[in-house]
Design a protein around this ligand. Structure first.
Ligand code: G3P
Length: 218
């Protein structure tokens, strides 16, 4: 499973890229607002340079197909790495179909059911993003939905890749991997948490202390 960073914060993208573990980035209007990304296209271009070759998702905000397609063309012109994030609505999937014909990659977002993911794949989505955390928040089983979507994509050999999104903690990442998701898009805080284990910290401390003791013996 690949790991993407779910962030529009350039400092976070730079740090995570430096750790060598991310191969793409997803953004959305909320993340761009949080990062105070006033020149949104410039921020997307910078993210592309920080994660060379990786898919970088940028979301459209129009509600109609023509508006989404127009926005998508403008975003795709920023860099070939840009993938267009489009909500799973009838207008959105019509846009996905048109963009697929133009060779523009899409990430169908705000997916909360297997039925929605099937529609996204049928329209030719490159990626589909089920939101785990938001499903858990309303008492549903987010990882269960990811598992079902992966099963359907594999059963019918859809080329659509599943991005497990709305990840809130490390167990969501592990669960997404066990469910067979192609990608997990992970907030910076959770990515940092993935490294952590008390025995790793204790082990480093112990190795350092023993190494220093060895220097004293010499
Ligand atoms: O990028 C979409 C998704 O990951 C949003 O997550 O935490 O706002 O539900 P969250």
């Amino acid at each position: 499973m690949k790991i993407f960073l779910d962030s529009a914060d350039l400092n976070e993208v730079q740090a995570a890229a430096g750790w060598g573990v991310i191969s793409g980035v997803t953004t959305n209007p909320t993340l761009l607002a949080k990062a105070e990304a006033r020149d949104f296209k410039e921020v997307v271009a910078k993210i592309c340079r920080l994660v060379p070759g990786g898919p970088i998702s940028a979301e459209v905000i129009s509600n109609d197909t023509a508006g989404m397609v127009q926005e998508a063309r403008e975003l795709a012109a920023i860099d070939p790495q840009v993938v267009i994030k489009i909500p799973v609505t009838p207008a959105g999937l019509a846009a996905v179909k048109q963009l697929a014909a133009e060779g523009i990659r899409t990430n169908v977002t705000l997916v909360f059911s297997t039925a929605q993911a099937i529609l996204a794949a049928a329209a030719g989505a490159t990626f589909v993003s089920p939101f785990i955390g938001r499903l858990d928040d309303i008492g549903q089983n987010g990882l269960g939905v990811v598992q079902e979507i992966v099963t359907v994509m594999n059963t019918y050999n859809y080329p659509t890749e599943v991005i497990a999104a709305s990840i809130r903690h490390p167990q969501h990442v592990v669960g997404a991997a066990l469910a067979g998701a192609h990608i997990a898009t992970v907030p910076f805080k959770v990515l940092r948490q993935l490294f952590e284990h008390p025995l790793t910290a204790q082990g480093i401390e112990r190795f350092q202390a023993d190494w220093e003791a060895l220097q004293d013996i010499k």
